[in-house]
Design a binder for this molecule. Structure first.
Ligand SMILES: Cc1ncc(COP(=O)(O)O)c(C=O)c1O
Length: 392
């Protein structure tokens, strides 16, 4: 299974000038938190200053930015904007999905071993209250998650809840194949794309999932506490988690809000979080998405992949390995240390030297972006060599 490459994709020149990352900081940890661009900060500031004069904020101002956000996100996933809802966290979107999927005793819910907890706890609860069985696909010895998932998803499977790549080491899942299998067996496909969207190309048209969630603060380079849910057309009549006023029909008419409505605004707007017209966070996320789309996701992927392949090459000389390229998302490098060689304090030791990565499980995650430079890579290896030489 190889990631289909866009042969027209071109690496993007370093974009560090758009960020506030000092030269002495090697920030290689986008999987933890994406940094904000100056332009994103400016968009947030404008939102803050607008509320200095609330008399200038009109009812009409509650809608255009959220509609723009739907449109931008839909372009990122190749889907329709009617299916997009604004949510505060991945767990909120996953809870919406779980609330609307019926499972009964004996049904199976399939997830990955060591999957991110927001996409586990909700299914644990669902299994507990319904009698369904939560099945963890074991980490395959050959790193081929796709094969392992396809082997596990059988006729009893009602839900398959997955990422596009494993959050600990970038292990790739071929979602087109999984989507096809889900349709064959009649299972819902629920995706948490928080560790991939914005950096790894994705198409809802090709995968045909039921639900997609994505937190906005990592590879979308947005602020914390705002993300997206996309709901496929067949699931858009579902029940939202909240009973907020703005998701009901005719909510644009503030004078008529107590003319209570049982109907909702169109599409997936019923699933929006309350107070989604967040005058600070929504323009910030919009600005970040505009920039990502301007760069082009294929080009971002080409840029980060190239950076990671240089890092992987140098890491091999230190005896550090990673999942084979055809089985990992190339924007996400998980360095594997020989047994006993990963110092528990390595992330903290690197941070003391101005290098930022994270350790998840037994893997050191390296997740650069378009702001990284060759000097950052040099900085990483200078620091690693010192720390590892002291450890042996
Ligand atoms: C795969 C994945 N999903 C979701 C999240 C964030 O979850 P939430 O928005 O529920 O806090 C993270 C954060 O690290 C993550 O790695």
């Amino acid at each position: 299974m190889l990631m289909k490459r866009n042969l027209n994709a071109a690496p993007i020149p370093c974009q560090r000038h758009l960020f506030a990352i000092p030269d002495e900081v090697a920030y290689l940890n986008c999987a933890y938190m994406g940094p904000l661009m100056h332009s994103v900060i400016q968009a947030g500031e404008q939102g803050m200053y607008a509320k200095l004069k609330p008399w200038e904020i009109t009812p009409q101002d509650f809608f255009p930015d959220t509609e723009h956000a739907r449109s931008l996100f839909s372009r990122l996933i190749s889907a329709d904007s009617e299916g997009v809802a604004l949510i505060p966290s991945a767990s909120y979107g996953l809870s919406t999905a779980a609330r609307n999927i019926k499972v009964t005793q004996g049904d199976r819910i399939v997830v990955l071993t060591d999957q991110f907890p927001s996409n586990i706890y909700v299914w644990k609860e669902k299994a507990k209250t319904s009698g369904a069985l939560l099945t963890f696909v074991e980490r395959p010895a050959d790193d081929d998650w796709t094969r392992a998932i396809l082997e596990s998803a059988d006729e009893q499977t009602k839900v398959v809840a997955l990422p596009n790549c494993h959050w600990t080491d970038g292990g790739l899942i071929d979602l087109e194949q999984v989507g096809k299998r889900c349709r064959e067996i009649g299972a819902y496909l629920v995706l948490d794309l928080t560790q991939s969207l914005g950096a790894l190309p994705f198409s809802a048209e090709s995968v045909q999932p039921d639900y997609i969630v994505c937190a906005g603060y990592k590879f979308l380079l947005g602020p914390y506490s705002l993300g997206f849910l996309w709901v496929s057309p067949r699931n858009r009549e579902g029940i939202p988690l909240e009973y907020n006023w703005i998701s009901r029909s005719n909510s644009e008419n503030f004078a008529g809000l107590v003319d209570y409505k049982d109907t909702y605004r169109s599409g997936a707007r019923r699933f929006d979080v309350g107070e989604n017209s967040n005058f600070i966070l929504v323009p910030m996320l919009n600005r970040a998405l505009e920039q990502l789309l301007e760069w082009g996701i294929d080009n971002i992927y080409a840029t980060i992949s190239r950076r990671n392949s240089d890092i992987a090459e140098q890491a091999r000389q230190l005896g550090l390995n990673h999942i084979a390229d055809h089985l990992r998302a190339l924007h996400f490098l998980g360095l594997r240390f020989p047994p006993g060689m990963l110092p528990t304090s390595i992330a903290a030791d690197l941070a003391k030297r101005g290098v930022y990565v994270s350790v998840r499980g037994t893997s050191m995650r390296i997740t650069p972006h378009v702001y990284n430079t060759d000097d950052d890579v040099q900085h990483l290896f200078d620091a690693l060599e010192i720390i590892l030489s002291r450890h042996v």
